[in-house]
Design a protein around this ligand. Structure first.
Ligand code: CDP
Length: 214
């Protein structure tokens, strides 16, 4: 079974996907990390994120980089969003994601274009959203917990800018697949969102894949 989870930044899709993978005993790929790895490598190489050739040159990163916590920063998230607009970068990362989705038994992948481009035949497609304010509050709280100095308005502006870039790029823009189920987490706790996601997968697959139905 392939489960495709797409949605904007801080919507809860990462946490939901990880928990779905655990619940249904499937391997999990956070595809945003691939774009983050390109952003990080480009920064090391002193490249220009808006130049497609520089961004493509940063696609040859070692897989071990994906475990580096340095990829998780807001700055690298912003760079990832900029390099991900270039079609050659998306093509360079395409096979890796499709191979992961196509492995025997299936997988859970989260990103922006999983249900539309990477796994258009996925058994279940979820599009996880939340209002921009709710997402900014979550990101703000998360950064404060990590002891970072943060300004709420800066975070909200960053989220709006990232949404705008992800939704309006020409190639593989962030948008729900025609057959995706929407999960709006604005007023849900993360546990409630996870329970709803499990229930949506079971509804789509008539509970066939669930050894431990919620
Ligand atoms: O964690 P967060 O949702 O903030 O970001 P992420 O999922 O790590 O993705 C970082 C950036 O990579 C996004 O803003 C997208 O521009 C890009 N991305 C993409 O274009 N396609 C994907 N399948 C995953 C991420």
């Amino acid at each position: 079974m392939i489960i495709a989870v797409d949605g904007p930044t801080a919507s809860g899709k990462g946490t939901i996907s990880k928990r779905l993978a655990k619940h249904f005993a499937l391997p999990f790929l956070d595809t945003g990390l691939l774009y983050r790895a390109v952003g990080w490598t480009l920064q090391q190489q002193g490249g220009d994120p808006d130049n497609p050739a520089d961004a493509l040159a940063a696609c040859n990163f070692e897989s071990s980089l994906l475990d580096d916590p340095a990829l998780r920063s807001e700055d690298i998230g912003g760079l990832a969003s900029r390099v991900s607009v270039h079609p050659p970068v998306r093509r360079a990362l395409d096979k890796r994601q499709k191979d992961f989705a196509g492995q025997p038994g299936g997988a859970v992948l989260d990103g922006r274009d999983i249900g539309t481009v990477i796994a258009p035949d996925a058994d279940v497609k979820l599009f996880v959203t939340a209002s921009s304010e709710a997402r900014a509050v979550r990101r703000f709280e998360e950064m404060k917990r990590r002891g970072q100095q943060v300004d709420f308005e800066d975070i909200l502006a960053d989220i709006l800018q990232r949404d705008e870039r992800d939704q309006n790029r020409a190639t593989a823009p962030l948008k729900p697949a025609a057959d995706a189920v929407l999960l709006d987490t604005t007023n849900l706790t993360i546990d409630a969102a996870i329970q709803q996601a499990i229930a949506l997968v079971n509804a789509k697959t008539s509970g066939r894949r669930d050894k431990d139905p919620a």
